[in-house]
Ligand binder design. Structure first.
Ligand code: GLP
Length: 243
């Protein structure tokens, strides 16, 4: 595991964008696994700027997102499809048909999950997976206690997560109770993993993920077993790590 200390959110975003930029330059037809939430917004902004300067070309890039709320259509402003279109896909030269997000409206969760597994496999797997981390140590929407062996599946969100994500909705009751997510097994199949964390609310989860026991109770702890993981954290997020 490689730990990279960043000064603040902007520095974290630039350092992470550097790694993604290098990936795209070295392999222009990369499959990028992408994430949503506040953590990656700055990274997407950096990538947009680099594209606008002519330094990045997304024309052959394919993307698969980690997760999506169950019950939200891609037109819903809080859906992860909408987020991705707004923050990245609509502002760079990626072909929208090369971008994949789980279908939040799939009627049957089993079928919806199986379809997404098929898509990921048909792309030949993920070259670089970007991850954020939940306050409770979740990655994607793999909540504490989720078995490590799962592929894409539908989950019940914990109250912690609903509470943390209600800031994006008018009221807590509007936050969907379920979501589709790549499972830990799917995430661990990515060739490279890049996790970003910013702010004090992530400090506990980061310290446990890096130095604690590997346990489904802290889903991100599984990353200790992956052979190519980079974690970029700002000072606050790394504040509980031993020096
Ligand atoms: C959500 C997403 C995760 C994300 C987490 C942290 O629950 N499903 O993929 O990592 O939130 O979000 P933020 O970056 O906004 O703190």
């Amino acid at each position: 595991m490689k730990l990279v200390r960043a000064k603040d959110y902007l520095d974290m975003s630039r350092k992470a964008a550097n790694i993604i930029t290098a990936q795209i330059i070295m392999k222009p037809d990369s499959v990028l696994g992408l994430a949503t939430g506040s953590s990656p917004v700055g990274i997407y902004k950096e990538l947009q700027e680099r594209y606008e300067k002519g330094d990045l070309d997304f024309s052959k890039i394919k993307t698969v997102n980690l997760d999506e709320y169950r019950g939200l259509s891609g037109d819903h402003p809080q859906s992860y499809r909408y987020f991705m279109n707004q923050h990245l896909f609509n502002v760079v030269n990626i072909a929208i048909e090369n971008t994949y997000v789980p279908n939040g409206l799939a009627e049957d969760p089993e079928k919806g999950s199986a379809e997404y597994i098929k898509i990921i496999n048909s792309l030949g797997g993920v070259d670089l997976q970007l991850l954020g981390i939940g306050n409770n140590g979740h990655i994607g929407f793999n909540e504490p206690g989720t078995p490590f062996g799962l592929e894409v599946h539908c989950v019940n969100l914990t109250d912690d997560t609903i509470e943390a994500n209600k800031r994006f909705f008018d009221k807590k009751e509007d936050v969907p109770k379920q979501a589709y997510t790549m499972g830990i097994k799917t995430i661990m199949h990515a060739k490279k993993i890049l996790l970003v964390a910013s702010g004090e609310s992530k400090a506990d989860a980061i310290a446990k993920a890096i130095t604690g026991p590997i346990t489904p109770d802290l889903p991100a702890s599984i990353l200790q077993l992956h052979n190519d993981v980079t974690i970029i954290g700002d000072e606050a997020a790394f504040s509980k790590l031993p020096l």
